[in-house]
Write a protein that binds this ligand. Structure first.
Ligand code: B12
Length: 389
């Protein structure tokens, strides 16, 4: 194997940690506002940034300025990089800036790129867009621009409690010794771990559970809010990460009813998780709303022996999908032992009967649920079991 290296780039862009010298890993929100589906550019940028050591949050197509502003605040990003391809930049750009002010983080800089006619750029800058990148901008230049937005994290200049929380979480996760000692902490009423192999549909399931919570709270007039912490893997080579779980959640509809935070980790390093959980539970309610009483923790795609999540949560659901392996796999020690309940997701796929049968065999008294998270099938029943109702 001489001459082969493990670091062969997966894209045309060289994988390299270009951010090691910064005060913290840059966090960037890649935003696609508007109704068009041009996502090729944003995907190219996402990979280049990740391969440079940046933590990239992608919230998906069709975001509104408001949902993007909420995402930027809750993810505590250093910069928003908005890709504009549909000739709506002159309307949506200024609305995004207004949105940031309304959610308490007008200090987050906005970079804008894509199809931006030269004549519009001066006007966008005058409106407050920090930098503009028309088509043809090189990837290194985009990475450098993101890096230049990183400043030392201090207490956030905002009286919005969720903005404070988001900053506290960044510090607790990356440099806990710098966490302000007066940050309020309380464990939420319920902390639920959702784990399982990569591709099991955990993100979609968690999004469906959080929506179910918000829907029921709205219907019953309850003020309880729900939080989600979603972990994704950090590159062992560049320390970069692509945090894409957020795109499963419809923030255009859920607004402030769900607090969602993506975090990158290497392996099963859940060192910061207890602090993260307690900070979310201790967050002051925003006007007219309640505290975060229920919290879902979504693990990275887990292998057979990844069981540490159990130490931090009250209840663990292990999610599996049909066609994963034969019954012998079920008898192995590890992740299946930590389940308080099992979920066979994608239960409309072939092999579902076999999986459910095998699970029932090993489950003992533990329940087995069948869901199709993309259609919300089985989600209300699972939600009730997890809530203990
Ligand atoms: C490929 C393409 C498509 C594909 C999209 C595939 C996809 N999943 O993205 C398809 C065929 C589906 C498509 C459809 C349409 N398209 Co089209 N499409 C293009 C085309 C030819 C290339 C875009 C592209 O992918 N480029 C490659 C990527 C890598 O580059 P990029 O997106 O420009 O991104 C780079 C830079 O711009 C920059 N960048 C981009 N965003 C950001 C953000 C930040 C913060 C930064 C720093 C940098 C940055 O960095 C990227 C990497 O270098 C452009 C024309 C062109 N030459 O740009 C038209 C174009 C964007 N399309 C256009 C139109 C009108 C349409 C349609 C409405 C056509 C129709 N009548 O049906 C539909 C819309 C469909 C929909 N659902 O939205 C127009 C938009 C006009 C405008 N904005 O004024 C363009 C400009 C063509 C034209 N000249 O008229 N399209």
């Amino acid at each position: 194997m001489a001459g082969h290296t493990l670091t062969t780039p997966t894209t045309e862009f060289e994988r390299k940690d270009r951010c090691a010298e910064l005060p913290h890993r840059p966090r960037v929100l890649l935003g696609k506002m508007g109704l068009d589906g041009h996502d090729r550019g944003v995907k190219v940028i996402a990979r280049a940034l990740r391969d440079s050591g940046v933590h990239v949050i992608y919230s998906g197509l069709w975001q509104t300025p408001r949902s993007l502003a909420i995402s930027a605040r809750d993810e505590d990003v250093d910069v928003i990089a908005a890709s504009m391809m549909s000739n709506s930049h002159m309307v949506l750009g200024p609305r995004l800036l207004d949105g940031l002010e309304l959610v308490g983080r007008k200090d987050i800089p906005v970079h804008m790129g894509g199809i931006l006619p030269e004549k519009d750029i001066a006007e966008l800058k005058q409106a407050g867009v920090a930098r503009c990148f028309p088509t043809g901008t090189g990837l290194i230049e985009i990475v450098e621009a993101v890096k230049s937005a990183v400043t030392v994290r201090r207490e956030v200049q905002s009286d919005h409690p969720t903005a404070q929380l988001a900053r506290d979480l960044s510090i607790a996760h990356e440099s806990p010794e710098r966490l302000r000692p007066d940050a309020k902490r309380a464990r939420p009423k319920r902390v639920i771990g959702i784990t399982g192999s990569p591709g099991a549909g955990k993100s979609t399931l968690v999004a469906a559970l959080a929506s179910e919570h918000a829907r029921r709270a709205e219907k019953s007039g309850s003020k309880e809010r729900v939080g989600v912490v979603a972990f994704d893997p950090m590159s062992p080579i560049t320390s970069g990460a692509l945090l894409g779980d957020r795109l499963r959640v419809d923030f255009n509809r859920l607004e402030e009813n769900v607090f969602y935070r993506s975090l990158a980790i290497s392996g099963e390093d859940y060192r910061s998780l207890d602090a993260v959980i307690e900070l979310i539970g201790g967050c002051e309610p925003i006007e007219g709303a309640g505290t975060f009483d229920t919290l879902f923790i979504e693990t990275v795609g887990a292998g057979q022996n990844e069981v540490k999540i159990r130490e931090h949560v009250d209840r663990t659901a292990v999610v599996l999908v049909p066609g994963m392996g034969d019954a012998v796999q079920m008898d192995k020690a590890g992740i299946l032992e930590i389940a308080d309940l099992f979920v066979c997701n994608k239960a409309d796929h072939s092999g579902q009967n076999e999986l459910v049968r095998d699970l029932r065999e090993i489950a003992g008294k533990r329940p087995v649920f069948e869901t199709v998270a993309t259609h919300n099938t089985g989600v209300p029943e699972l939600y009730e079991a997890l809530m203990g109702t």
